[in-house]
Design a binder for this molecule. Structure first.
Ligand code: GTP
Ligand code: MG
Length: 198
């Protein structure tokens, strides 16, 4: 799929405030700093569309980006950032929960996992919750430029083994590097197939 148009369409903290025009949403979630906003910029080819930062907790609201005038890429805040004040962390958790559970237009949620580390309890619990609520999701391993192909495959195999303890069938899995652009074609083709199936 070619992305010919990518524009910021609004920020919201409640589902009722999201852009009025209803189109399918493809959203990105994961631990704070895992690379959600960077991946959106890499996919759209627009380096400053979504704001990124080396300090975790950058994205605090739900950001919609209109793509090709047909669908939205949605950048969500990260979960699991321990250093945020409790009140702000609870507020962000509620923003995430409400969007995921209550947006009728959510077509696919990509859960991003840092390919350098074992998938954590917080991610496993989050995936279980998605399963319980029947939310369609896939996994994207990020920052693959930080390790070689063998180490990457070993890490993915380890994460699959961990996930197999709770999941009978594993979700679709992809890998990406926002620095090198690797994974871009695969992710865009996957999104295209989801949009076609709606
Ligand atoms: P929050 O909005 O704070 O939850 O973070 P986020 O998940 O949106 O992460 P963001 O895209 O802001 O990236 C966090 C940091 O990781 C930044 O310093 C990025 O430059 C870096 N980063 C993101 N993706 C990659 C990648 O693929 N490779 C490398 N090497 N660094 C990356
Ligand atoms: Mg972000």
């Amino acid at each position: 799929m070619k992305i010919s148009q990518a524009t910021y369409a609004g920020s919201s903290t409640r589902v009722a405030q999201k852009p009025a025009r209803r189109l399918p949403e493809i959203a990105f979630i994961g631990r704070s700093n895992v690379g959600k906003s960077s991946l959106i910029n890499m996919l759209t080819g627009r380096s400053r569309l979504a704001l990124t930062s080396s300090t975790p907790g950058k994205t605090k609201a739900v950001n919609h980006f209109l793509i090709n005038d047909k669908w939205y890429l949605v950048d969500l805040p990260g979960y699991g950032y321990a250093k945020l004040p409790n009140k702000l962390r609870d507020e962000i958790a509620e923003v995430i929960r409400e969007f995921i559970m209550e947006s009728p237009d959510l077509a696919m949620l990509f859960v991003l996992i840092d390919s350098r580390h074992d998938i954590g309890k917080i991610d496993i619990d989050f995936l279980s919750e998605l399963g319980e609520h029947g939310i369609p999701f896939g996994i994207i391993f990020t920052k693959t430029d930080k390790l070689g192909p063998v180490a990457l495959q070993n890490q993915i195999d380890r994460d699959c083994a961990i996930l197999s303890q709770t999941w009978e069938e594993l979700p679709p899995m992809l890998a990406s590097s926002s620095s090198s652009g690797s994974g871009r074609e695969e992710i865009l083709s996957f999104i295209e197939s989801i949009l076609k199936s709606l």
